[in-house]
Ligand binder design. Structure first.
Ligand SMILES: Cc1ncc(COP(=O)(O)O)c(C=O)c1O
Length: 414
């Protein structure tokens, strides 16, 4: 067993740290009182010596788990290099060049890249690229078009096209936006509504996830995504696909849109890549210096080097295949678990290691998350009453089975 709970978390050290943070910092989106100390593989340790099996990958940011030898090697290279954090869009560095070459091998042909710090910034700059191009054709401020339950980040531009939770938007100004329903059912009659909207409105871009993350782990129907592409082409509108959560192998392909046989015009990635990235068909390049920039663009040299190493390891160790095999094992295990009505599980959906589990109520979901944490398993919420399971891509069959065993105990207590 990898999980070890010495004292029910939060233990004394964790409580002390949380107290200081509560005194000094904004109380943001902490799901449970985990105070991270270190980690090994898919196990994360807290400051009181508890070990948790991590089915959250630190919100999708740690696809290789913790202390992966290839990543430790990168980190050790920089331990004596004091110029690790540089102004990455103002000065050149080899790590930037290396990452741009490496991502080219997994991006659609001919795409260019712009590296930033976060997922929201990656979306923000994707939006800017689209506006820049479209504003040369139509100088007035055009609306962007996004989907119900979408999540694209919390900076003001990206937030305008986010619709997953009211608390994220309350009181903030917005760019003009039109909405369409995010359709998960192949036969949803709403799929056709996009064409009608575009017949009567000129828009600057269409933005969507193909698998909604924060919005509830909703998987778009193939017809819906292909219709986005068809309409974008027909009306001459750029299609932005947001792969911040679903990208970098999480669904068993490098990008979730590959399951849908479409290619976006512009896309965003971050999280598992370690840095934010807006990537785009070269025809959307602003063509003038200075239209986009950021002091910390690319995060740091370490982040960029870790991003490059992450792509190498995913390739070298066949982690896309592992994501598919382990995802299937996990989904099957949850399916077996859900045969017992008392668990409150009303549905399971997933691709690779991006799995959503629907519960019958929000209160049950929240109780289960807390109970899982106290029992040494890290799970996350998504949407109104769903849970997401996104273990590191390096997870083994034994670890999946240990997680399922823990879930069995946790769900049996309801
Ligand atoms: C699809 C999607 N877009 C954008 C973001 C924003 O990324 P960040 O939190 O790094 O700003 C997220 C974060 O969860 C996301 O899931």
């Amino acid at each position: 067993m990898k999980v070890k709970i010495n004292s029910i978390p939060p233990g004394p050290r964790a409580r002390g740290i949380i107290e200081v943070m509560n005194r000094n910092c904004y109380n943001s989106t902490f799901t449970y009182p985990l105070v991270i100390s270190g980690g090994q593989g898919c196990v994360i340790t807290d400051v009181d010596g508890n070990s948790f099996l991590d089915f959250s990958s630190n919100i999708g940011t740690c696809p290789l788990g913790y202390s992966h030898p290839a990543i430790l090697e990168v980190l050790s290279e920089y331990s004596h290099n004091g110029a690790h954090k540089i102004a990455g869009q103002d000065y050149y560095c080899k790590e930037h060049a290396d990452l741009s070459e490496k991502v080219r091998t997994i991006l659609p042909a001919g795409f260019k890249t712009f590296f930033v710090n976060s997922g929201a910034e990656a979306v923000e700059n994707a939006i800017k690229l689209a506006y820049r191009k479209m504003s040369t054709e139509t100088p007035s401020l055009l609306p962007g078009l996004s989907c119900t339950n979408a999540f694209h980040g919390r900076t003001l531009g990206a937030l305008s096209f986010t619709l997953s939770k009211p608390i994220q938007k309350a009181g903030y100004p917005e760019l003009p936006a039109l909405r369409i329903k995010f359709c998960t059912d192949e036969n949803d009659s709403e799929i056709e509504s996009l064409q009608k909207i575009l017949e009567s409105n000129k828009v600057a871009f269409i933005i969507s996830e193909v698998v909604q993350g924060e919005g509830g782990y909703n998987f778009a129907s193939k017809r819906f995504v292909q219709n986005l592409r068809r309409c974008a082409d027909k009306f001459g509108v750029p299609l932005i696909l947001d792969e911040v959560q679903s990208g970098m192998g999480r669904t068993g392909k490098w990008w979730a849109f590959e399951h849908y046989d479409v290619i976006p015009d512009i896309m965003s990635a971050a999280k598992a890549l370690q840095v934010g990235m807006s990537a785009y068909d070269a025809k959307f390049d602003p063509g003038e210096q200075g239209a986009l920039s950021s002091t910390w663009g690319g995060g740091s040299r370490i982040d960029m080097a870790v991003g490059t190493a992450t792509i190498d390891v995913i390739n070298r160790d066949g982690l896309l295949k592992n994501a598919l095999a382990m995802g299937e094992r996990l989904q099957k295990g949850i399916g077996d678990l859900s045969k017992d009505d008392k668990t409150g599980i009303t549905g399971v959906r997933g691709k690779g290691l991006m799995i959503g589990l629907e519960l019958d109520s929000k209160s049950r979901r929240d109780q289960l998350l807390t109970r899982a944490f106290k029992n040494g398993l890290l799970l996350l919420p998504a949407g109104q009453k769903a849970m997401r399971l996104i273990p590191p891509l390096v997870i083994t069959a034994e670890e999946i089975d240990e997680g399922l065993e823990l879930m069995q105990d946790i769900f049996a207590q309801t």
